[in-house]
Design a protein around this ligand. Structure first.
Ligand SMILES: Nc1ncnc2c1ncn2[C@@H]1O[C@H](COP(=O)(O)OP(=O)(O)OP(=O)(O)O)[C@@H](O)[C@H]1O
Length: 239
């Protein structure tokens, strides 16, 4: 499904270059659920942005379903079936929640159709379906609405979520776990960037990224000891 080959990413800082990702090699097979984890600033979000086409790698290749998509723009990648939920979702003044879900679905949704997706992410649909996707929504609300847009995108083959748990209350978090499990059962590939042990628990495979490099790939049992060794990360893994 997705293969990252020798992927590196650097940015210019004054007269020098700062390396953010260094020689990342990773395969995400069809229908796999992988979690990317690791300490703050390790390069996880940058990797997700490179997969979606928001950032361009300095070197390396991205192969999706056998095609080299390294030079494809965001729209082409989205049309090919890659969906992305931002760590901090974008807000749109003047666009309603129902409109946004319709854009994601690629068809004009009925109110009840839009409500189905909102209910799946634990929102009382009637309260939100007529709201705008603007700054009046709380952080947890906009996060869940964005996750609902990914559910509405039926052509999604690979869904990438950047810290979906951020700002989500405990009850809704349990709902989200069910959403990810359902997506997995629907045979979509899922990549979630997360610090949450309950998300690590349901992954097929966990990738530990620190200092811009993949440190280890394995099951939760294999990864946990190394995870705890990576300086300063222990506090982030809350049960
Ligand atoms: N455009 C940029 N210019 C300069 N530095 C950048 C740029 N983009 C990312 N970085 C730096 O690269 C590092 C990796 O950032 P990234 O957001 O990918 O980390 P992360 O692993 O997702 O962290 P977190 O867990 O805190 O979300 C950070 O030190 C960040 O400040």
């Amino acid at each position: 499904m997705l293969e990252l080959r020798n992927l590196s990413f650097s940015v210019n800082e004054g007269n020098s270059s700062k390396e953010i990702l260094n020689n990342i090699n990773l395969k995400i097979d069809d229908k796999k659920f992988i979690v990317i984890t690791g300490p703050n600033g390790g390069g996880k979000s940058t990797l997700a942005k490179i997969i979606m086409g928001i950032e361009k790698p300095t070197s390396g290749q991205i192969i999706f379903n056998g095609e080299d998509i390294t030079d494809w723009d965001i729209t082409k990648r989205a049309n090919a079936g890659i969906s992305f939920a931002f760590q901090q979702p974008v807000r749109f003044k003047g666009i309603g929640v129902k409109d946004l879900l319709s854009i994601a679905a690629g068809e004009k949704l009925t109110t009840s159709g839009a409500c189905t997706y909102l209910s799946e992410v634990g929102l009382c649909a009637a309260d939100y379906v007529r709201r705008d996707v603007d700054t009046s929504l709380s952080g947890g609300e906009i996060k869940r609405i964005e996750i609902a847009t990914i559910l509405a995108r039926k052509q999604t083959k690979l869904a990438v979520f950047d810290e979906p748990e951020a700002g989500i209350d405990l009850w809704s978090f349990q709902k989200l776990i069910s959403v990810f499990e359902k997506m997995h059962q629907e045979q979509r590939s899922i990549m979630i960037i997360s610090h949450q042990e309950r998300i690590l628990n349901i992954a097929d495979e966990i990738v530990l990224i620190a200092n811009g490099s993949i440190q280890q790939i394995g099951t939760k049992e294999e990864i946990m000891p190394q995870l705890m060794e990576v300086a300063g990360v222990c506090d982030f893994y809350k049960k």
